[in-house]
Design a protein around this ligand. Structure first.
Ligand SMILES: Cc1cc2nc3c(=O)[nH]c(=O)nc-3n(C[C@H](O)[C@H](O)[C@H](O)COP(=O)(O)O)c2cc1C
Length: 359
């Protein structure tokens, strides 16, 4: 029987993925306090439904960066998706296209972005790590634009890789099939799969990713692409304001799934003051800890336009390839639609903080 919810996909996936790769996927930074709080903070929010509302027709559709999505759950960028399934990013592209939502493709994809673009015609954004060598960064952005990606999503919470102790313990290295394939001819990534040097992943990122990045990157990016720009990894209202003042199109309130600085708040806790600071000026998305349709409803009620899921996509992928991802996303869609119905909300605009309490 197919799993009936996302946590069951997690359990099923744990039996299928190589143990060191599983730790890489599941893990967070240091004591994993932030990782745990991402889900616990959703549990601490209760729902207060409105009754006797005509909910015979409930619509989950919304618009993200001005474009329609069937339901407000996107696939977050996660690197090296062939760790979960040989079809990796190609399968995720097919599943998101089939369901009418957006895939955000990682810079560290195990398939070249051209192959992912060719796998399915659905809408995609390209997640960008800004490399020290600006010509590499520029080439990645240009290729994404040429291939019809709809936005560039710049990850701003990784000037260095977080302290991932599970990976240190397991001596995790990338198997050759999972190496990032967007750099062929640009950067040599082969050392990332050197079993004699397991910390090389963090070293590689440390060597390549530009820790001197500042807000100056925005005008530079605007000079190399006309695509909308989304910043991923915002946790402070003042940074959200900076983004709005610089004409950024969207932000993702995110702590990188608890994988970067341990001790930062759950992303759902960081959301309300950010919404307050920039209300209406740009699209606010959120990721981290979404496991149920009710979590999606809570995030939207607090002002997010949409959410993204990282690990749940990888669990679906590990269990059933493209079909598994489709099923995970469709479970979240159906649970979200039911949550709206039971809350007395006919469309996403009717979700509001008055529907929430605290446990
Ligand atoms: C295995 C794994 C790899 C990830 N790789 C990337 C990446 O390449 N780029 C990025 O911006 N975020 C990356 N993330 C963070 C996700 O985009 C997202 O912020 C996080 O997974 C959301 O939390 P969730 O897993 O609880 O849904 C990764 C997360 C995981 C679990």
């Amino acid at each position: 029987m197919d799993p009936v919810n996302v946590p069951e996909y997690e359990r099923r996936a744990s039996e299928r993925v190589d143990p060191a790769a599983w730790d890489y996927i599941q893990g967070g930074a240091a004591d994993e306090r932030t990782l745990r709080s991402n889900t616990e903070a959703f549990d601490a929010i209760t729902l207060l439904p409105r009754v006797l509302v005509d909910v015979s027709c409930v619509e989950t559709e919304t618009r993200v960066l001005g474009r329609p999505v069937r339901f407000p759950v996107l696939a977050a960028p996660t690197g090296f998706q062939t760790l979960a399934h040989p079809e990796g990013e190609l399968a995720v592209a097919r599943a998101t296209a089939a369901l009418g939502t957006i895939m955000v493709l990682s810079t560290l994809s195990s398939y070249p972005l051209e192959a992912v673009a060719a796998a399915a015609a659905g809408p995609k954004w390209f997640q960008l790590y800004c490399y020290r060598d600006r010509s590499v960064t520029q080439r990645l952005v240009e290729r994404a634009q040429e291939q019809g990606f709809h936005a560039i999503c710049v990850t701003v919470d990784l000037p260095a890789v977080g302290h991932r102790e599970r990976d240190l313990r397991s001596g995790f290295t990338l198997p050759p099939h999972a190496l990032p394939r967007n750099f062929e001819g640009l950067v040599d990534t082969s050392a990332m799969s050197d079993p004699a040097n397991p910390s090389v992943f963090a070293e590689h990122i440390g060597r390549l990713v530009d820790p001197s990045l500042t807000w100056e990157i925005i005008p530079w990016l605007r000079s190399v692409t006309h695509l909308p720009i989304v910043l991923k990894g915002i946790l402070r209202p003042d940074d959200a304001r900076h983004a709005a003042d610089r004409g950024i199109d969207g932000i993702i309130v995110s702590n990188h799934g608890g994988r970067q600085l341990d001790g930062v708040p759950a992303s759902i806790e960081a959301l309300p003051p950010i919404v307050e600071a920039v209300r209406g000026q740009l699209d606010i998305l959120l990721d981290g800890g979404i496991r149920r349709g009710t979590d999606v409803a809570k995030a939207l009620a607090l002002g997010a336009r949409a959410v993204l899921v990282g690990r749940p996509v990888l669990w679906g992928l590990a269990v059933g390839g493209a079909k598994g991802v489709e099923r995970v996303l469709d479970l979240l869609r159906a649970e979200f639609a039911l949550a709206m119905t039971l809350l007395g909300c006919r469309n996403v605009a009717e979700l509001n903080p008055g529907l929430l309490g605290t446990a």
